[in-house]
Design a protein around this ligand. Structure first.
Ligand SMILES: [Zn+2]
Length: 410
């Protein structure tokens, strides 16, 4: 792709990171190039998706599963009806996402955004933070909740259990490693000094905290099950965002903090539900025979259109958007776990705001329980009943409040 007058080779990750570029033209070309490169491998993707769905369908038949998603639900210890309910409540709230997309169009000075503009930066605050500042902010965010949490996270830095800076040959992204209840956990970061990077430290520190607290468990129960694995990390990010919002005077930074949080929530709830609905339809239709790429693309666009409504235009090459979601191939129906986790955290966070100190002991017990209980029983430790009618809606009400807060910051 040509960038700044120069033709250059990019990796897929590099192209996707250009979705955060300030130029609408670069965002469009980067996403189009990324998708068109996938289209060139259409025969391969078609074979992989068709074969994978056929294989899964045959296994379902042999083992007597009632639906393609059932094996995943059993593994997650979440009843089928609860997952369906989670998804239908999410779909009933697609209007909230559309409301945000229209606000974002206004902030970007566009009539209507395209799906390559969703992550466009709203304000180039460009503020950079030294690692010491970032570490301090993270520790403070946790300390404000519970001094002991602050101490546990400080120990990662004091005991040099964090690999901070990017360097040649080091793996990208960020990660927390909980080895066993008998060994201290470690963190991997690639710190570059942005606000986003501080949120990443808060996120990984949350995993680290979860691993330390669940050291009470045995090796078999040490790791939290999938739908609960992101509880402490996302909760920690909420603590940090709230602390930064409460302190920040600069309206541009406040706006970008709020937009980043709202976009995160949209990506982990609404988008994951679109992915799961698409995946369900793919498996159901495969029962009737081979699917063409046209048909797969059609199902994909239909499910995305339900989310975007008339608030977002999809770029033409997006009909290939399904081909790069590796979860469809590597871990079937994984995606709704993100929705579950995010909404659970929003509910926990709301409860914390309501109850204050009274909430803390239950939340600590939740983290300490590791993977010893089912998701429903774990959540109950913090006073959360995930089977209660209207439970999931509360998470979306909280998102609605964040959108209202953003409106007052514009
Ligand atoms: Zn995580």
């Amino acid at each position: 792709m040509e960038l700044n007058g120069e033709e250059k080779d990019f990796t897929g990750e590099e192209l996707l990171s250009l979705l955060h570029n300030t130029s609408p033209d670069i965002r469009f070309r980067a996403f189009s190039t990324f998708l068109e490169k996938h289209a060139e491998q259409g025969i391969v993707f078609n074979t992989v998706f068709n074969t994978m769905a056929l294989d899964h369908g045959q296994e379902m038949e042999l083992r007597g599963y009632g639906s393609p998603i059932q094996p995943t639900n059993i593994g997650n210890e979440i009843p089928d009806q609860a997952v369906e309910h989670l998804m239908s409540v999410t779909e009933a709230n697609y209007g909230l996402a559309q409301q945000y997309f229209r606000i974002k169009a206004g902030m970007l000075g566009m009539q209507k955004i395209r799906n390559c503009d969703i992550y466009a930066p709203v304000a180039e605050s460009g503020k950079q933070y030294s690692f010491d500042e970032a570490r301090q902010l993270t520790v403070e965010a946790y300390q404000g909740f519970d001094p002991d949490f602050g101490r546990i996270i400080q120990a990662f830095f004091d005991e040099r259990r964090v690999d901070v800076m990017p360097r040649a040959g080091k793996s990208g992204g960020a990660f927390a490693m909980g080895i066993s209840p008998a060994a201290p956990p470690f963190l991997l970061l690639n710190y570059t000094g942005t606000l986003r990077d501080i949120a990443t430290i808060a996120h990984e520190a949350g995993h680290g905290l979860h691993f330390v607290l669940s050291q009470k468990q045995t090796m078999l129960n040490y790791h939290a099950p999938l739908p609960l694995a992101e509880t402490a990390s996302v909760f920690g990010e909420m603590l940090l965002t709230r602390m930064l919002l409460d302190r920040e005077q600069d309206p541009a930074v406040r706006r970008s903090l709020l937009c980043a949080k709202i976009e995160d929530i949209i990506a982990t709830t609404f988008r994951q539900t679109v992915l799961t609905r698409f995946e369900l339809r793919l498996h159901e239709e495969r029962k009737n025979g081979l699917l063409s790429n046209d048909r797969i693309g059609q199902i994909w666009l239909e499910e995305n259109a339900r989310l975007f409504g008339d608030a977002v235009d999809m770029i033409p090459s997006y009909r290939w958007g399904w081909s790069y979601i590796s979860h469809f191939i590597h871990s079937r129906f994984y995606c709704y776990s993100y929705t579950f986790a995010e909404l659970l955290v929003l509910a926990l966070y709301r409860k914390y705001r309501e109850q204050g100190d009274g909430f803390k002991a239950g939340y600590r017990r939740l983290l300490e329980s590791g993977g010893s209980l089912s998701p429903a029983d774990t959540a109950a430790l913090a006073g959360i009943d995930i089977t209660e009618a209207g439970f999931w809606q509360k998470g979306y009400d909280f998102l609605g409040e964040l959108i209202e807060e953003l409106k007052t910051a514009i």
